[in-house]
Design a protein around this ligand. Structure first.
Ligand code: GAR
Length: 200
C-alpha cells in the first residue's frame, strides 16, 4: 500500500513513520510527503529518506476545496491508499474527506473529544488535567471528530510545563501512530459507526 504523509512542521511523527516502515514494522511504502510549507523540516526529512515531496502553498487558491483538488490529483497519480496527517495544520475540505472516506488518519495531541484544535497540549495543561495523551482517529468533515482508532495516556505532574508535557505526549505519539498505521495497512480496522474494532 502507498501512504502519503501530510506535514506542515518539524515532522517528528513523519520520521517515526519513516523509521517504522524502514524497519519492517509497517508493511507499506511512504510514497509521498505533502506539505503546505516549503520551509517545513519535514520536507528535509523526506529528501533524506528519498521520499517524493509535493509542496503546495495555499496562496492563490480560491477555496480549500480548490486547493485539496490539486492534492487529490497527485494522490491519485501515486495510487495512495492511506493519507496520514502528521501535524498538517490545515483543515481539509469536505470534498477531500468524502473522496478519501475512511482512508485518512490524523494524530491529535490530546484525548479527544477534549481539547480539539491547534493547541491540544497547551489547552490541556492550562485546564489543569491530570491525564492527557495522543489520539489517532479517522478524519471526517468535522474538526478532530472522526472515529477513534487508538489513544494512550500520560500523567501530568505538578512540575510539568507546556514543553515537558509536549515532549511526553510526543513520545507516546511515536508509539501509537505507527501502530495505528500498521493496523490500517494490515486491514485490521473495522469502523462500526463511531467505534473502531481492531480485528486480531
Ligand atoms: C503533533 O504533536 C500532532 O499531534 C499535532 O502536531 C504535532 C506535530 O508534530 N497535531 C495537531 O495539533 C493537529 N491538530 P511533528 O511535526 O513533530 O510530528
Amino acid at each position: 500500500m502507498n501512504i502519503a504523509v501530510f506535514a506542515s512542521g518539524s515532522g517528528t511523527n513523519f520520521q517515526a513513520l519513516i523509521d517504522r516502515v524502514k524497519d519492517g514494522y509497517i508493511p507499506a511504502r511512504i510514497a509521498l510527503l505533502v506539505s503546505d510549507n516549503k520551509d517545513a523540516y519535514a520536507v528535509e526529512r523526506a529528501q533524506k529518506a528519498g521520499i517524493e515531496t509535493f509542496i503546495l502553498s495555499p496562496k492563490g487558491f480560491k477555496s480549500r476545496e480548490a486547493y485539496d483538488k490539486e492534492i487529490i490529483k497527485k494522490l491519485k497519480s501515486k495510487e495512495v491508499g492511506l493519507v496520514a496527517l502528521a501535524g498538517f495544520m490545515r483543515l481539509i475540505s469536505g470534498h477531500f474527506a468524502k473522496e478519501y472516506k475512511n482512508k485518512i488518519l490524523n494524530i491529535h495531541p490530546a484525548l479527544l473529544p477534549a481539547f480539539k484544535g491547534t493547541h491540544g497540549v497547551r489547552d490541556a495543561i492550562r485546564y489543569g488535567v491530570k491525564v492527557t495523551g495522543p489520539t489517532v482517529h479517522f478524519v471526517d468533515e468535522e474538526l478532530d471528530h472522526g472515529p477513534i482508532v487508538l489513544q494512550d495516556a500520560v500523567s501530568v505532574s505538578e512540575d510539568d510545563t507546556e514543553e515537558s508535557l509536549r515532549n511526553k505526549v510526543h513520545r507516546k505519539e511515536y508509539e501509537v501512530y505507527p501502530k495505528a498505521v500498521k493496523l490500517f495497512v494490515e486491514g485490521k480496522l473495522k469502523i462500526e459507526g463511531r467505534r473502531v474494532r481492531i480485528i486480531e
